[in-house]
Design a protein around this ligand. Sequence first.
Ligand SMILES: N[C@@H](CCC(=O)N[C@@H](CS)C(=O)NCC(=O)O)C(=O)O
Length: 218
Amino acid sequence: MLKLYELSGKNDLRFSPPCWIVKICLIDKQINFETEPIKFSEKHKIEFSDQQLVPILKHQNGFVCDSWNIINWLDKNYNNKKIFLNFTSKNFSKFLYLWTSRQLLPILFKIIAHEIPNVLEGDDLDYFIRTRENRIKGPITKFTPKISENIKEFRKLINPIRKIIEIDGFISGKKPGVEDYIFFGNFRWVYSCSCCNLLEINDPIYTWYKNILKLTNL
Ligand SMILES: N[C@@H](CCC(=O)N[C@@H](CS)C(=O)NCC(=O)O)C(=O)O
């Protein structure tokens, strides 16, 4: 069976955006898998992969790292599941993946960075604060004075997706698909780690998020 190595926090909370991209894909496409929780401080468990990040998907013949590579691997190896409907869907998904990882996640990080330590414990807490403070060259609370500004910017940035969701309910159309899985990772992360008011409750994207949660029984 496929094994998904995914980030785990306090009380086994699974909160990593790229891990969620893969997990929601496996769930919605009804592909059997089991998960292996990996804490920040448990790098020894993923030594076999010769790198330090999750998600990793272990399969019969080896393993694949990186959510985008995993989605592509699933597309190739589960032909009947139609992950990418066609070349256009693959290209748009790649756009969403790059936009998410390079532009949306950094803004979301600024909104929730100070709350992420609440979902961690023990060595993970020290590891997270040390590595992230090194990365942002300042305290984890560095961005808190601009939270409302960043929320406002984020809501505006995702307006094109809002317009698409307003048409049929999902980015992929009348049913969720890979484009939705990629966009979903952003929100699952925020709502797992933070109490912030990221979306208004009457925002179509908020309804979309709740619908994906419902559809997959999460
Ligand atoms: N480009 C990768 C990003 C993977 C990644 O950054 N994973 C984070 C979790 S969100 C991680 O494993 N971090 C471990 C660490 O910081 O030590 C993907 O899409 O899968």
